[in-house]
Design a protein around this ligand. Structure first.
Ligand SMILES: [Zn+2]
Length: 283
């Protein structure tokens, strides 16, 4: 799910609360309507706010939202509701939940070298969201019946458990290979269309590979660019897709502006992120 990335430094992926799906998704058994998906997203995001250290700092969140909205404006579904959130978490990760809510970890902002790399990750998560992968993933993992119960407000325990699992695991359980390919392909398309250098997805993948190697490889779950399909294969697929753009290839590493300040702010945050989390409340 995560598009790419969650570098879990200390946890072995726990038996995911939300189930573990490693085979390709066959057929669409997602019976949740778009309206229900939106409601589910609202409920989960409210719960995630309670369960996580969601950042309220306007400079950081505003920056991520601006990148997200830039990508939404060039997407195939520019009218779709999206909400972009930032969570204080040092792992290099981002994830999407149902209803167009996309979460970026502070560790990802800290690890990125420029705005285009952050945009690459957000665009990948949008690829999952556009294709309703998070909802499919959840309905497969906990069952459409419980999911419907959550939407109706009949399953407060399950809602709370699902939100806690999302926060603890940095997103949903693994997406299928085809879902990851689809999200990667959407990301390259959106980056190019927005004016970002689509090679940012390649440089970020390479960064994750380097982190993986540094950590000894193998045992580190990089969920963002999850380890299947193979990261090298994903890099090659992205490069091949970029080559088809020819003259339209975009090259901006920065469109919104302010990367250095946001990157520095995130890096200087205390380990709890409380400063940024509580700043707004104090004002
Ligand atoms: Zn993914």
């Amino acid at each position: 799910m995560r598009f790419f990335w969650l570098v879990i430094l200390s946890l072995s992926l726990p038996a995911l609360l939300l189930g573990c799906a490693t085979s390709d998704f066959l057929g669409n058994f997602n019976l949740i309507s778009p309206r229900e998906e939106e409601q589910l997203g609202e409920q989960l995001s409210d719960e995630i706010r309670k369960e996580s250290k969601e950042i309220q700092d306007k400079e950081i969140v505003g920056y991520i939202q601006a990148i997200g909205q830039k990508l939404v404006s060039v997407s195939m579904q520019p009218g779709e509701p999206y909400a972009f959130h930032v969570i204080k978490d040092d792992s290099v990760n981002a994830f999407a939940i149902p209803g167009g809510h996309i979460y970026v970890h502070t560790g990802l902002i800290a690890a990125a070298e420029n705005e285009a790399e952050i945009a690459a990750v957000i665009a990948h998560e949008m690829g999952h969201a556009e294709n309703h992968h998070p909802t499919e993933n959840m309905s497969r993992a906990i069952g459409a019946q419980i999911l419907t119960g959550i939407i109706l407000g009949n399953e407060p325990g399950a809602l709370q458990q699902a939100a806690a699992g999302l926060v603890a695991n940095g997103g949903l359980s693994a997406y299928s290979r085809s879902a990851e390919r689809e999200a990667d392909s959407t990301a390259v398309f959106l980056l190019n269309r927005a004016g970002y250098d689509p090679n940012a997805i390649v440089t970020f993948f390479e960064k994750l590979l380097a982190i993986e190697k540094q950590q000894g490889g193998g045992s580190i779950g990089i969920s963002l660019f999850s380890s299947h399909p193979d990261t090298v294969e994903r890099i090659n697929n992205a490069k091949a897709q970029i080559n088809t753009f020819n003259v339209q290839r975009a090259s901006a590493k920065e469109i919104i502006g302010g990367f250095q300040a946001v990157n520095a702010k995130v890096k200087s945050m205390d380990s709890t992120g409380q400063d940024a989390v509580k700043t707004e409340a104090r004002r």
